[in-house]
Design a protein around this ligand. Structure first.
Ligand code: HEC
Ligand code: HEC
Length: 298
């Protein structure tokens, strides 16, 4: 039995949408004389309609799970839905408004304006547990995050939608290991003076400290560079290009992994690989259902 007999090549368009007209046409073209006789009897038509319904259901299920995945991994600010923004607004009103104000323009004596901080700064501050600030005047150290990943994205989506600013980067944020030499140069030039050559951090003047980088994940390092918290300078994409930021991250994470034999950091491969797993799994499930339909329709 060949592919055309199973009917699985033209049943699905390149975009994954069912193409009713082409699949009908090829069904006609590839139907054998024996099957044409059966089809005229009426049972074949019902079976084909049943098969089409199953195929459409499978496609919908796959599309739905893909959309769910895409929504959860999409960066705040790039593809955030109005529902995310609304959820973020509600979180903001409970957790942030007393210090940053109803219009994000800050509250004198409590917190600065965060207009233009963008979802990048929100991600950095909230995912590292610095925000919400526990009490006014305290140095904001890294601590246990109070909001989960989704809530953090929702807060970012809301603050982005009101004030704009740099957005959270998406995709793979580490360069390939071939480029970590360049990353090392950039790190020594731009970061080591404050964070130390071994990432353990160092005291700065005026009682401030540049913290250790050992706990920071890719996205936190990236958004730290984009937002420049406290005494840290902002490294805009003009100063350090996105490709160079990825080289720096690759360098930090690779060296960290070699300093700390405990983890090989599979999680750091990031959402790209998850997308592939889900995509491949989804397509696999689809293929199985198509083969099954094909087998039943014989
Ligand atoms: C108790 C007051 C307080 C609360 C509550 C608070 N913040 Fe802050 N926030 C501050 C202060 C003060 C700063 C500046 C100090 C600093 O950068 O460490 C700040 C800084 C920030 C910044 C960085 C601004 C920039 O671009 O440099 C962001 C973003 C931010 N807060 C977001 C939030 C969010 C989101 C919440 C709610 C989850 C929140 N904050 C809750 C007081 C507060
Ligand atoms: C002038 C000193 C200075 C330089 C240069 C600097 N930083 Fe920072 N960095 C800081 C300070 C201060 C903080 C803490 C900010 C805070 O607590 O809000 C920080 C925080 C961070 C954090 C958060 C760490 C954590 O887990 O809490 C990361 C990541 C980071 N910096 C990366 C970098 C990278 C990458 C560079 C070079 C491109 C760099 N920094 C250059 C001073 C500096």
């Amino acid at each position: 039995m060949d592919a055309a007999e199973l009917g699985f090549e033209p049943a699905v368009s390149a975009t994954g949408a069912p193409t009713a007209r082409t699949s009908g046409a090829t069904a006609r073209a590839t139907r054998s004389p024996r099957r044409r006789r059966r089809a005229r009897s009426g049972g074949g038509l019902r079976r084909r309609l049943g098969a089409a319904a199953v195929l459409i259901a499978a496609l919908c299920a796959m599309g739905g799970s893909y959309a769910m995945f895409a929504a959860s991994s999409g960066a705040a600010g790039t593809g955030s839905s109005t529902a995310d923004i609304e959820a973020g607004r509600q979180l903001y009103q409970v957790g942030c408004i007393t210090c940053h104000g109803a219009n994000l323009d800050g509250v004198k004596g409590n917190g600065p304006s965060i207009i233009g901080s963008g979802s990048a700064s929100v991600y950095f501050q909230v995912s590292t547990g610095r925000m919400p600030l526990a009490r006014q005047g305290a140095y904001a150290p890294r601590k246990e995050a109070k909001y989960n990943e989704t809530q953090t994205e929702q807060l970012g989506a809301y603050i982005q939608s009101v004030g704009g600013g740099p957005t959270v980067p998406v995709g793979k944020l580490e360069s390939s290991s071939a480029q970590i030499g360049k990353g090392g140069e950039l790190f020594r030039l731009n970061c080591a003076s404050c964070h130390g050559a071994t990432f353990h951090g160092a005291p700065l003047s005026g009682g401030k400290i540049a913290p250790s980088l050992l706990d920071a994940n890719d996205k936190q390092i990236y958004t730290a560079m984009l937002s420049g918290p406290e005494n840290m300078p902002v490294f805009s994409d003009n100063t350090i290009t996105p490709a160079q930021k990825k080289q720096i991250i690759g360098y930090i994470q690779t060296l960290k992994a070699s300093q700390d034999p405990g983890g090989n950091g599979i999680a750091r491969i990031g959402p790209v690989s998850e997308a592939i797993v889900i995509w491949v799994g989804g397509v696999g499930a689809l293929m199985i259902s198509i083969l099954w339909i094909g087998a039943r329709a014989r």
